[in-house]
Design a protein around this ligand. Structure first.
Ligand code: NDP
Ligand code: 8X3
Length: 249
């Protein structure tokens, strides 16, 4: 029997690559995101029989519940939820950040993630499924301008570990995936469309790709049922750690 994955944020980056990987591997796919034309193109590319798409803003709780209610019969049982939709907004220090950017990140990366997870827990429990929450190295390593983005990802990581505790004995597996620098539309979104800044960030280094993440998600989801990856942190080889900063008067 085909398993079914719901991958949020499937219009770009990690989510689109994962959508391609799971359908190629024989899974049925629910792909969501706001950009309906991209979802239509994905469905055309991957084949309509195994792909259901739903276009909605994940911050819109009513639209989310409508999308769940409208799932076709063959897509109602969900074996894997990949909570991938998310964003960073801005790189400024806290004292000069835009509060609306902060709220947008919290609404998307935290509130929408827990809302969808809560709604899908019954089917995930029924099918002894799995949840992979896409967090970030930002959850663990502070950096200048990370502020609320990093805070949302710390929430995602800690929520994932706590979900594991609550779902003890249910057979549902939960993983938090914490990638470092990856080349997607992430930086374009973060900088409000500054392509030069995005290109500059990735210049001269080899970032993680969407395909790298898709392969990792595929590995996690297809491990034998007795194995749970709790937390997986990964970085490009060309990215590592720097020291603390010291202010001297
Ligand atoms: P992209 O910008 O390429 O993809 C983000 C996806 O999230 C898009 O499909 C977008 O769809 C979706 N999304 C964003 N906001 C909403 C919304 N309000 N409603 C519905 N969908 C939304 O970035 P990535 O692939 O890099 O990001 C995926 C995840 O990985 C994010 O959670 C990000 O924080 C995380 N991450 C990224 C890293 C990186 O360096 N790139 C590193 C570590 C973690 P649409 O715009 O169509 O709605
Ligand atoms: C994205 C990685 O380092 O830009 O989550 O915060 S970073």
């Amino acid at each position: 029997m085909h398993k079914t994955a719901w991958i949020t944020g499937a219009t770009s980056g990690f989510g689109r690559a994962a959508a391609q990987r799971f359908v190629a591997g024989g899974w049925k796919l629910i792909a969501s995101g706001r950009r309906s034309e991209r979802l239509d193109a994905l469905r055309a590319e991957l084949g309509a029989a195994h792909v259901h798409t739903c276009a909605f803003d994940i911050r819109d709780e009513a639209a989310m519940h409508a999308a769940i209610a409208a799932l076709p019969e063959g897509f109602r049982g969900i074996d894997l939820l990949v909570n991938n939709a998310g964003l960073a907004q801005g790189t400024a220090p806290a004292q000069s950040s835009d509060l609306d950017d902060w709220k947008r990140m919290i609404d998307t990366n935290v509130t929408a993630l827990v809302t969808l997870t809560r709604a899908l827990l019954p089917t995930l429990i029924e099918r002894r499924g799995a949840i992979v929450n896409v967090s970030s190295t930002a959850a663990r390593y502070p950096y200048l301008g990370g502020n609320v983005y990093a805070g949302t990802k710390a929430f995602v990581s800690q929520f994932s570990l706590n979900l594991r505790a609550d779902l003890h004995g249910s057979g549902v597996r939960v993983t938090t995936l914490e990638p470092g620098m990856a080349q997607t539309e992430f930086t374009l979104v973060r900088t409000h469309g500054d392509a030069a800044a995005s290109d500059k960030l990735y210049a001269g280094m080899q970032p993680i790709t969407g395909e790298d993440i898709a392969d990792t998600l595929w590995w996690i989801a297809n491990l034998p049922p007795h194995l749970n990856v709790n937390r997986l942190e990964m970085m490009p080889t060309s990215q590592s750690f720097a020291g603390f900063q010291i202010h001297r008067s």
